[in-house]
Design a protein around this ligand. Sequence first.
Ligand SMILES: NC(=O)c1ccc[n+]([C@@H]2O[C@H](COP(=O)([O-])OP(=O)(O)OC[C@H]3O[C@@H](n4cnc5c(N)ncnc54)[C@H](OP(=O)(O)O)[C@@H]3O)[C@@H](O)[C@H]2O)c1
Length: 234
Amino acid sequence: MLFIITGTSSGIGLALAEACLEKGHEVIGIARRNHLNHANFTFIACDLTDTIQLEKLDFSTFMKNSNAEAVLVNNAGVIGKIDYTENLSFAHFHKLNLVNITALQWLTSLFLKQVPMARQHSIVHISSGAAQRPIPAWSAYCSSKAAVDMFALTLKEEFKEKGQTTKVYAIAPGVVDTVMQEDIRAADKTNFSSSDKFKEMKRSGDLIPPKKVALKLLQWLEMPQQDVITRFTY
Ligand SMILES: NC(=O)c1ccc[n+]([C@@H]2O[C@H](COP(=O)([O-])OP(=O)(O)OC[C@H]3O[C@@H](n4cnc5c(N)ncnc54)[C@H](OP(=O)(O)O)[C@@H]3O)[C@@H](O)[C@H]2O)c1
């Protein structure tokens, strides 16, 4: 299979790209940075907050070079500054929503335009439990992930209307041991009431290794269409 994955430089996206390559899949990785070097890996440098770079993205050449079924994994995401809404800047809301929503929706649209329908295996959005659970000081993050869930549900209805078999998921991976969690633990706790809870999860060894998420996702994709909104348990 051909995997197009955003955010392959770190955390879940990096672990997923590595797991895909180990299993012999082709991977196209999209991020600002890259640490992977493999014959089946193609890196596209793109800042998902840069609308000019976003509009220039084009998957059609990769489709011509391969006959494999394709999976889009919209994984890149940011949480940004952790604080009450009145303390957040315009740039915070703008950048977070560009990465977490606009880029994800645009890449989905590109995938649907440029990958022949018979080769569209699935579209996976990495959402979060925070889509369904409000966490004070994460207002933009929680609401962006709720938008991702509704985007996935709406796509599923569009596919149903068209008789299209492309699978679509918004997956909450659990609390995963990545740089995003480091940032959460490093946040000023003054206005962040859940701060101690996340620190305690790390201390108790309750964070899920990114590789576990990657392997679960690859297993998941082999199953027939499951619920669109899915919370992984391990
Ligand atoms: N960790 C958790 O506990 C957890 C829980 C639920 C959901 N999630 C979700 O899982 C996904 C992956 O997060 P993670 O925990 O693996 O975080 P991470 O280690 O911080 O990785 C984030 C990835 O997103 C990419 N990214 C961020 N801003 C970007 C930009 N402007 N342009 C291009 N790429 C950008 C980064 O690449 P560059 O910096 O190289 O651009 C990086 O590869 C996110 O959608 C997150 O919301 C995480």
